[in-house]
Design a protein. Sequence first.
Length: 276
Amino acid sequence: MQIVHHLPDLRRAVASLRGDGARVALVPTMGALHAGHMALVDAARAMGAKIVASIFVNPKQFGPNEDLSRYPRPAEADKALLIAHGCDLLWMPGVDDMYPAGFATNVSVSGVSDGLDGAARPGHFDGVATVVTKLFNQVRPDSAFFGEKDFQQLAVIRRMVADLDLGLEIVGVPTVREADGLALSSRNIYLSPDERARAVALPRTLAEAKRAIEAGEPGWHAAAMASLIQAGFVADYISLVDAATLGDSVPGQPRRLLAAARIGTTRLIDNLDIAP
Ligand code: PAF
């Protein structure tokens, strides 16, 4: 696996990957890689593409009181995982490479970015959309792979790619979970053993709410909030939305149930599909 840190080197390396007409898939990440990220790499490899992964902890998507400074950065372990999963090229720009002095552009996707995590984390999705646009322009991939765990992020990126005619395929990959159902996340390492034991209440609450919604039971929302509170969570939201717009759900259209909740100082998100 070749590793590059500067844009001219990236351009040369991608051109060489494409030399024999190969298709290029991008797996954008912020590092602290786990089996959920590897599912993205594996899905890209299964489509026969050359794989470019990026690792960049993007300051623009962290709020002032969020975990930018303590976000885990286990670079050597990340590289070993990517090599083991057949990644061809790793793009690891520094902050000055991504945002040189004078950088002044913001990409903002209205509507789908506004509610849910967009309301709880002002500016977060502008930061994501801006860096993902840059990553797409830097690598110019044929496809890019994102986890469904960050479901709102995936919806924002799909909207942006359609609106801006970016001309690449966006592939959503199902969430990878621990044996007890907790969605894998780089932030799970912040959980104390006690918080980790209680965190399983989030996927369990979502699963019970999914059952209740699909059975037509009207009290699902209050029951879900009570179940999170009982496990010691502070719930930001648990919302049933249209799977594409993340606005009000529309009868007959795909729906998604999304939740965000804090346990101690750690904020967890998760989601499940709901039958139309
Ligand atoms: O999902 C992530 O890891 C990040 O939000 C992304 C897409 C790499 C942009 O920084």
